[in-house]
Unconditional design. Structure first.
Length: 422
């Protein structure tokens, strides 16, 4: 473990006031490969053709807009690196997270395929769904998913947009505010005993029994198409960020919150496809009590983490990796790290207070994990050396959610999200 002593960044790194007071654990991935093009096995999961399809569908939705990539020059100076860019997903489709890119897209693809089969038509367009051309068929279709909050909200939003029924399973730890946010979109919400992984199994088993269509954001290796569509939709966020970068050379590092791995795999894959052998180093960041990627990469095989898995970073409190994401991240992730809940809380406060002179931002508990991981490494000389973080480094971070639970945000930051100037 790196800690528990305060670590002040050396003056040679930059004029920093950060003390690294949080315990963390960093591990280089023994299976990582570098200096090679994007592989055939990875392209079977996510590829350029899949991204093009996702982009065509998602960009046609009402309210689609590219989310901002924000420059953090103050934070870059404070942490002694060249620059930091932060992709802010707090306003995506008004749902305050990147998740609609995945869950709602998977719902659209499922409906298009199902309707094409029922009507014996070769192809159904997204405009057919949006125009209500097959609303009677859609009304008879039920989609379901398990969620810690944001994925279920995305699936429910997609179901409402396209006119199908939606049942969402949540676990015991999901807050009432997140439950109500899903129900407000017209979904039936069922609270399931146990963890997120227990809810995933319940959703799948119930779907089989009831004849529903399950839209998971993770894959056990049996259900493939829907989670692949979810992950391919997420890749649009990464593709946007690449187009928005103000410099021509690749970033050197991306810090990605992991969870089941869908977002991290999509982002790693997109940067890998675009930059090839010059792709940035990918560091996965997880809560210390549910670090399924850390343990799986360490043992070179998927490992199930058991127990309560509770974390402030509820959207990342997962005990099992997605088998689809594993195909990409086993060779693609350069390192993995565990962080504490308090590290995430401090990252939220730092963004809100704009302590380094950058614009204040609202970011949720799970959405700041990548930032928190970066700050932990930036404040530790040994960790910096381990991942090659120095004064020339160019870091990209993904703020994957805003204040998806406003009450929890206010309790952590000390101010309501609407009080933070943006």
């Amino acid at each position: 473990m790196a800690g528990p002593r305060p670590v002040r960044i050396d003056i040679n790194y930059g004029m920093s006031f950060f003390d690294n007071k949080h315990l963390f654990e960093l591990m280089l991935n023994p299976s990582a490969i570098s200096g090679v093009p994007y592989g055939t096995a990875q392209a079977e999961v996510l590829n350029a053709e899949g991204l093009l399809k996702a982009k065509q569908v998602i960009c046609s939705w009402p309210g689609y807009a590219v989310t901002p990539l924000i420059d953090f020059p103050g934070l870059a100076r404070a942490t002694g690196i060249a620059n930091i860019h932060y992709k802010d997903e707090a306003q995506r489709f008004g749902l305050k997270s990147f998740k609609p890119l995945g869950g709602a897209y998977a719902v659209a693809r499922l409906l298009m395929r199902t309707i094409a089969t029922d009507t014996r038509k070769q192809e159904i367009s997204i405009h057919d769904l949006l125009d209500g051309k097959y609303k009677e068929i859609c009304a008879g279709i039920t989609v379901t998913a398990a969620t810690d909050g944001n994925h279920g909200r995305s699936v429910a939003w997609g179901a409402r947009m396209f006119g199908c029924r939606c049942i969402i399973f949540i676990n015991e730890a999901v807050s009432e505010q997140r439950e109500h946010a899903i129900a407000d979109l017209g979904a039936v919400v069922r609270r399931n005993p146990g963890s997120y992984d227990d809810a995933v199994r319940t959703a799948r088993e119930t779907a089989i029994h009831e004849g529903w269509h399950v839209v998971p954001d993770t894959s056990d290796g049996c259900i493939i198409e829907a989670p692949r569509n979810v992950t391919q939709g997420y890749a649009l966020m990464a593709a946007e960020s690449i187009e928005q970068l103000p410099y021509n050379t690749p970033p050197t590092h991306i810090f990605l919150q992991a969870g089941v791995g869908g977002m991290a795999a999509a982002t790693c894959a997109q940067f890998w496809q675009h930059f090839g052998v010059d792709r940035p180093k990918t560091i996965l960041v997880e809560p210390d009590g549910s670090a399924c990627w850390f343990e799986s990469l360490k043992r070179k095989e998927p490992v199930v983490i058991k127990g309560s898995l509770d974390s402030l970073m509820g959207g990342l409190a997962c005990g099992e990796v997605s088998r689809l994401a594993w195909i990409i991240l086993k060779p693609g992730a350069n390192a993995a790290m565990k962080i504490s809940d308090e590290a995430a809380a401090d990252a939220m406060r730092l963004l809100a207070a704009a302590e380094c002179g950058d614009a204040p931002l609202v970011a949720g508990e799970s959405g700041v994990a990548g930032l928190a991981g970066f700050l932990a490494i930036a404040g530790d000389r040994a960790a910096r050396g381990k991942v090659g973080l120095d004064s020339s480094s160019r870091v990209v971070l993904f703020g994957t959610e805003g204040a998806t639970d406003p009450q929890a945000y206010a309790e952590i930051v000390g101010r309501k999200p609407e009080a933070i100037a943006v």
